[in-house]
Design a protein around this ligand. Structure first.
Ligand code: ATP
Length: 930
């Protein structure tokens, strides 16, 4: 009925029909509302506090009869505004590109085959296959449901899962969302699985109708942006106060009159305002995010980059993140025999050996039940290689896929088995239950029943639920010594780091009253009990080769790694030891049950030492995260399932797995790993630290030039005008917005320093502009620049003959070639010192030569640009008039060229001394420890 109404069938649409429908109905897309209009975004760069200040300053300059200055100040404002807009635009483009890298997929049945397609390619009539954690991408009618529960909070605000069924609904007074056989785009599967036929797509869906409401939500600013906003405002206010102070001092102390004093004060204001800071920071965050994406970490929000930099603990799961998630069953175990399974990978090439002899499932009843039970209770599919000599791949859970491979090695063909023992019902796998069940109709009765439940899962769970066991082809009563024997075998494998899954069955006898009569009423409580234990499937899942180094890197970087896994304690500890997470003799191992009984205080005490969390239910991760956060840690947490969402949301950095992760986990996370690899988290942290360091380097550079811009004015003021003003307002603007900009941007692109991961994490409470940056900028680099600039001015002035009584530019001094030469030298000296300083800023403590002095292309371009600019404005008369400059001679250039090497050498000497002292201290500390 449903199928025919939508022109489809349980085998889905054909590919050709789907394409025809798409051509007619379009793609399944929610059209995004236009964000903030680009014009408004552009204008906002001209209306903030600093811009308004500069507009007003320009007006005053006009009114005071200095149109040339007025135009210059406005021009500065326009250039700055356009530059900021351009930076924001580039940052926006970078983040847009990232969004496209997280496409959403759906599993559909087309041409009778299950396949994965882009969600935007869904058409009405498509049959979607839904599993726990899937995002639902279109409105649809459920046609098959196995414990299907859906989270509809995006539509209704109600976060409790709603049960959905395939049955017809006769009640009439139900809202759309309440209708149990309808599911909606924008919601997600929180439990169970099923199939549904798409009824509406794109803007026709319920979600499409309300999309404009959600789209109008503003993106919040990151703490770093807020901090920078605040800092910029504070600096702007400070600069204005300084301007007013200088204006008053000049008017009353030096007495040069309002107009020149005003120009002078304006110069001071402009000198102090850090123009372009905010957009540059946004851009360098966006660039970092792009770099991270190339290293398999997709960051969803720019804020996360800074948090990553201060991460102090990573809570990681094991399977797939630390290990390869390419499972191979290498042993099978029944109470009567132990078998070895040869071959690696998913290729079904290998054999099952017992005491060195090949055995087939057909000759051994227990082995037959073990491998066929494992294979039947599996939803994975084995895909043949596409070309000859290619690799076998899998669709679905690798833990399940390897069971299919072991069955084939034992001579069982899982698809044929499934045909003769068809599945009646599934009780899906849940991390909380740690097991899964499928119910089958058998062709021949087993233990007197024609319907049987196969259960596979964590051995301790299965053994706990088993009342019988298969021994030598017979079903016998489960005794305590048998339980111990099974668990001893399990422990021996687990201690070698192997992953063990137990298989059991239960004959569903019609006479058994504990079993519901209808399969639709089967649930874990009624079915997963009184089991008959069959055996163990033992699989290896080796650690990823790069993980041990990544863990070691974390330890050097002062980051703790804590394993929180659903797997067994012994397996977990063995793997943790192999990759260096656990180094001590006796790590504390918490099991889920034990954690339940532990108080928060005890847990926090344990978290101070070496600890592994095993057999955890995903919900328990949240508790560990909360306690770590209470201990002041910045926590990154990995997760992939629906139930991981609370922990992912609560964590400072939630990390979802891109390959095995569910859509729900990806949505809750701040970062998605496209390769599911732990090492990628560590790379992202490294980038996060580097970006923060780069922003500091950038700040240091632009702040340090304020000092040599301000000191000459102070010299002029303090001498009561006896020393002419060494640097004019136009020249200050030239440095701030001309020569300094490009090299500063280059600092934003510095690659991470070699020792960035050798330092402890940054304290998140520490402000961006910390004491070290301030001291370096204002006292050390600033003083070097001031000395050079004032010295250059005074030498030039004295060399040309001192001109006592000259006040400042604008009252005749510009006509004096000696003064013009001196002030040009002052300007050029600052610019040339800045060349040395930008190279100094590239590293914090390492020698800049160690990373190649000219290895940053952007900085090199910036340096060439600033030198050209200086030559240009000093050489050509029209520019000389605007910038109050004159031509420089050969000796001037020789002097100027000496400045960068000098500042570089002085700072290199300081860095070398610093490194020496640090090394000595470390040696002394090491000796004391010994
Ligand atoms: P991690 O938490 O590190 O990813 P994990 O895969 O072992 O490791 P879960 O997915 O929570 O964690 O699984 C918990 C346990 O449930 C596993 O250790 C295994 O014993 C069992 N298990 C895992 N997958 C299945 C499955 N598909 N069917 C039945 N049991 C399973």
């Amino acid at each position: 009925m449903v199928f025919s109404a939508l022109g489809t069938s349980p085998a889905g649409l054909t590919q050709a029909e789907a394409e025809t429908r798409q051509a007619r109905q379009g793609k399944n897309l929610i059209e995004s509302e236009k964000g903030r209009s680009p014009i408004l975004a552009f204008l906002s760069n001209f209306t903030h506090l600093m811009a308004v200040l500069l507009w007003v300053a320009g007006i005053i300059a006009f009114v005071a009869g200095m149109p040339e200055l007025g135009v210059a100040v406005w021009l500065v404002n326009v250039i700055n505004g356009c530059f900021s807009f351009w930076q924001e635009y580039r940052a926006g483009k970078a983040t847009d590109a990232l969004k496209k890298m997280l496409p959403s997929y759906v599993n559909v049945i087309r041409d009778g085959q299950e396949q994965k397609i882009l969600a935007e390619d869904l058409v009405p009539g498509d049959v979607m296959s839904l599993a726990e954690g899937d995002k639902i991408s279109a409105d649809a009618r459920v046609v098959r449901a196995s414990d299907l529960q859906v989270n509809q909070s995006t539509l209704t605000g109600e976060s409790n899962p709603v049960r959905k069924t395939a049955d017809a609904v006769l009640e009439e007074d139900l809202t759309q969302a309440e209708t149990p056989n309808l599911i909606f785009a924008g919601t997600s599967v929180s439990e169970g699985n099923g199939r549904a036929v798409v009824t509406r797509i794109g803007m026709d869906t319920e979600f499409g109708k309300i999309a404009h409401l959600t789209q109008s939500m503003e993106e919040s600013e990151s703490p770093l942006q807020l901090q920078l906003n605040r800092t910029t405002k504070q600096i702007t206010v400070f600069a204005s106060c300084m301007g007013i102070l200088f204006l008053l001092l000049d008017t009353f102390f030096v007495g040069s009159g309002f107009a020149p004093a005003f120009i002078f004060a304006l110069g001071m204001v402009v000198a102090f305002i850090p123009e372009g800071l905010l957009p540059t920071v946004t851009l360098s965050l966006a660039m970092a995010v792009q770099r991270m994406s190339k290293r398999n970490a997709l960051v969803k929000k720019l804020n996360s980059v800074e948090t990553l930099g201060s991460t102090s603990v990573i809570c990681t799961d094991k399977t797939g993140t630390l290990t390869q998630n390419e499972m191979t069953v290498n042993h099978l175990w029944t109470v009567s025999h132990e078998y070895e399974v040869t071959g690696v990978g998913y290729a079904p090439k290998g054999e099952v050996l017992c005491d060195g002899r090949r055995v087939e499932a057909a000759d051994d009843d227990d082995l037959l039940l073990l491998v066929s039970g494992g294979a039947l209770c599996s939803n994975a599919r084995l895909l043949e290689p596409e070309e000859e000599g290619g690799r076998y791949t899998v669709l679905g859970d690798p833990t399940e896929a390897c069971l299919l491979v072991s069955a084939r090695k034992a001579g069982i063909e899982p698809t044929e088995q499934e045909r003769s023992w068809p599945r009646v019902r599934e009780l899906p796998f849940e991390s909380r239950r740690k097991r899964m069940t499928t119910i089958h109709q058998l062709s021949e009765p087993l233990d007197g029943a024609s319907r049987v439940a196969f259960v596979k899962g964590a051995p301790n769970e299965i053994v706990r639920l088993s009342t019988r066991a298969r021994v030598n082809g017979e079903s016998v009563e489960m005794a305590d010594d048998l339980r111990e024997k099974i668990m001893a075998a399990n422990d021996a494998y687990a201690a070698d780091g192997l992953r063990v899954l137990a298989v059991a069955y239960r004959p569903l006898l019609p006479t058994d009253e504990s079993i519901p009569s209808s399969p639709s009423e089967y649930d874990p409580d009624s079915i997963e009990r009184n089991l008959t234990f069959v055996g163990l499937e033992v699989m290896q899942d080796p650690p990823r080769p790069e993980v041990a180094e990544a863990v070691a890197q974390c330890h050097r970087a002062g980051i703790r790694v804590i394993m929180i896994t659903g797997d067994y304690g012994l397996t977990a500890v063995s793997i943790a030891r192999k990759i260096g997470i656990v180094q001590g003799e006796r790590p504390r191992v918490f099991s889920g049950v034990e954690l339940e009984k532990t108080s928060d205080e005890e847990l926090r005490e344990a978290l101070k030492g070496e600890v592994v969390f095993a057999r955890m239910a995903p919900e328990q991760k949240l508790r560990v995260v909360e306690n770590l956060q209470q201990m002041g840690e910045v926590v990154a947490v990995t997760g992939d399932g629906v139930n991981d969402s609370p922990a992912l949301k609560k964590a400072d950095i939630g990390v979802a797995m891109g390959i095995t992760g569910t859509d729900v986990a990806k949505e809750a996370a701040d970062m998605v790993l496209t390769d599911d690899n732990f090492a990628s988290i560590v790379h992202a942290i490294e980038e996060g630290r580097a970006v923060y360091a780069n922003i500091r380097k950038f700040m240091l550079y632009i702040l340090n030039s304020n000092v040599p811009e301000a000191v000459p004015s102070a010299v002029y003021l303090l001498s009561g005008g006896a020393v002419p003003l060494p640097l004019t307002t136009m020249q200050i603007l030239t440095i701030d917005l001309g020569t300094d900009m490009l090299p500063a941007l280059g600092l934003g692109c510095e690659a991470p320093e070699a020792d960035v991961m050798d330092r402890p994490p940054r304290n998140p409470k520490e402000p961006l502009l910390n004491g070290t940056v301030m001291r370096k900028a204002f006292l050390w680099y600033g003083i070097m620049g001031s000395l050079a600039s004032v010295a250059a001015f005074l030498f030039a002035q004295i060399e040309g003959g001192w001109l006592p009584g000259l006040t400042m530019f604008g009252v005749g001094a510009d006509l004096d070639p000696v003064y013009v030469h001196a002030t040009t030298m002052c300007l050029a000296a600052i610019v040339f010192t800045q060349i040395g300083q930008v190279l100094n800023c590239r590293t914090e403590t390492a020698s800049v030569f160690s990373r190649g002095i000219f290895s940053n292309r952007q900085i090199n371009i910036g340096i060439v640009f600033e030198v050209c600019l200086i030559v240009f404005i000093t050489l050509f008369p029209p520019f000389q008039a605007i910038f109050h400059t004159g031509p420089l001679g050969l000796t001037d250039y020789i002097f100027l060229c000496c400045l960068p090497p000098i500042v570089l050498a002085v700072e290199e000497a300081r860095k070398a001394l610093f490194r020496h002292v640090r090394r000595r201290r470390a040696e002394r500390a090491g000796a004391e420890e010994r």
